[in-house]
Design a protein around this ligand. Structure first.
Ligand code: ADP
Length: 475
């Protein structure tokens, strides 16, 4: 099958979150399964010189966006069996930020239109285009409205993948015709509209042949008002084409046996290096503790979505016990301050690094005993899978991908790979944190099994890539 994967960020070229990770690894897994795969992404100024030097110039094209006729340079690069195309337009993509510019609607409408417009130039006629999140949501829309009847394009199928339903691309009516070049009739008919706004994600759900999201539980959740961010009714009426497919992780990038950031390496068969990494982490963080002191790690965006108000409510209770809390993250000022303040009040127990560092992140994944991720919503979540791969036992709330990847430890049955709680309730979370610390301290045999079991679980992309292919084939 010929697959074109369109994404607004692709690791390792440019990444701001989970979408970048997925776009960086799923296409390679599809190529490894024997498919012909191309990926297309904007050429942002954030994509550095080292990558640019490896790119080849393919050709120039022009893209009609409303009344504008815009330049589009096409560059390409081959990697792991995948052809990557980068679309260049300095006016749109030579910016300080990947997202958050005043004209994001126009920047990504340009990108979406360009992806379709350049296909004949590239002599690339995919069977399927897999679009991702609101930034590429206009691809199925433009396809249906402007391209489907042209001979070159007839029969191409579109798949829309939701990585986070909270970000939908919502704009005022005036932008539809003037910026996106889509007739106002599609506002009046209701096709492009949700609750009075132009809503790109809503239009893509309706326009594409299949919709996927990044875990089976999230696929169910987003059909309910609590998780649907206003789109639950649209997802319910399109549930016949909605599929939940869990993400994998990059097993080479996250490998405790070879991780260049770790002072000591280890495997499920020989965990001695993990004990050394724990001591190194404590030392790095200016904390003291022995093998029996539970170290709880947290790595992630410090936002409401990650359940940090639960942590706030019982932080003193958590820190009253003999534990260490090592936090790495950036985000809302409120939560950054909460951890900085906790460090001030409990200097012997807390380490708070308010920054983004892959180096420290991996040192925490390896050096911690427990990994706390009490998310309010979590489409898939990668951090809990990375923690398991490093033999660090997750404590999670049962939501989205956390529910699909972490199951509750039950000692007498010998089942489960972590600690979980269901209700969004701080004391339920506190209870399982304490339970996890008990098991860690007093049930060494069970803990050893949890660590080795976690490290041996299969979080590769292979199985998930097969499920994507099933969806592509079904349409
Ligand atoms: P989300 O996509 O909602 O941010 P995920 O758990 O799916 O959450 O993915 C987050 C990824 O970003 C993980 O690989 C995590 O290790 C990484 N990450 C998040 N915050 C930081 C940080 N401050 N420093 C280093 N890595 C981080």
């Amino acid at each position: 099958m010929k697959i074109l994967y369109a994404a607004s960020e692709v690791a390792p070229f440019v990444k701001t979150g989970g979408l970048g990770d997925v776009a960086g690894s799923l296409p390679a897994a599809l190529a490894a399964a024997g498919h012909e795969v191309a990926v297309v992404c904007p050429l942002y100024s954030a994509i550095g010189k080292d990558w640019r030097e490896q790119m080849t110039f393919v050709k120039n094209a022009y893209v009609q966006l409303g009344w504008r006729n815009q330049y589009c340079g096409i560059f390409s690069l081959e990697r792991a069996g995948v052809t990557y195309y980068f679309l260049d337009n300095e006016y749109y993509f030579a910016r300080a930020q990947v997202y958050g510019e005043y004209d994001d609607a126009e920047r990504f409408a340009f990108f979406s239109k360009a992806v379709l417009e350049i296909l004949p130039d590239l002599e690339l006629r995919p069977d399927v285009i897999n679009c991702n999140d609101w930034q590429t949501a206009l691809i199925p829309v433009y396809y249906n409205l402007m391209f489907a009847s042209r001979p070159f394009y007839t029969g191409i199928k579109t798949v829309f993948t939701i990585h986070n339903i909270a970000f939908q691309g919502r704009y005022g009516r005036e932008i539809l015709e003037y910026v996106m070049g889509i007739d106002d009739a599609h506002y009046r008919s209701g096709f492009m509209v949700m609750d009075g706004d132009v809503n790109l994600m809503k239009a893509a759900i309706v326009a594409s042949n299949a919709v996927t999201t990044v875990s089976p539980t999230y696929a169910e959740e987003i059909q309910t008002p609590y998780y649907g961010h206003g789109l639950d009714s649209i997802l319910r009426s399109n549930s016949y084409k909605l599929h939940g497919i869990i993400n994998g992780i990059d097993l080479d990038a996250f490998d405790p046996a070879h991780d260049p950031y770790l002072p000591a390496h280890y495997t499920a068969q020989d965990l001695s290096g993990k004990a050394a990494d724990k001591q190194a982490l404590l030392e790095l963080c200016g904390l003291e503790g022995d093998a029996d002191t539970p170290v709880i790690g947290m790595v992630g965006r410090l936002t409401d979505q990650k359940g940090l108000d639960l942590v706030e409510a019982v932080l003193d209770d958590i820190l009253r016990d003999d534990v260490r809390l090592v936090v790495l993250g950036k985000g809302d000022w409120r939560y950054e301050q909460m951890f900085v303040e906790a460090k001030r009040r409990y200097p012997d127990k807390v380490s708070a690094s308010i920054l983004f560092s892959a180096d420290l992140a991996n040192k925490i994944y390896a050096g911690a005993d427990l990994f706390l991720m009490p998310s309010k919503t979590e489409p898939c979540g990668l951090a809990q899978m990375i923690a398991l791969r490093y033999g660090t036992i997750p404590i999670v709330r049962e939501t989205g991908g956390l529910r699909d990847t972490v199951t509750a430890f039950v000692d007498y049955l010998g089942t489960g790979n972590g600690f979980t709680f269901h209700s969004y309730n701080a004391h339920d979370m506190l209870h399982v944190i304490r339970e996890a610390c008990e098991v860690f301290r007093f049930n060494k045999e069970a803990w050893q099994k949890l660590m080795t079991g976690g490290m041996q679980s299969d979080f590769s992309w292979k199985t998930s890539a097969e499920k994507y292919v099933e969806v592509y084939q079904s349409i």
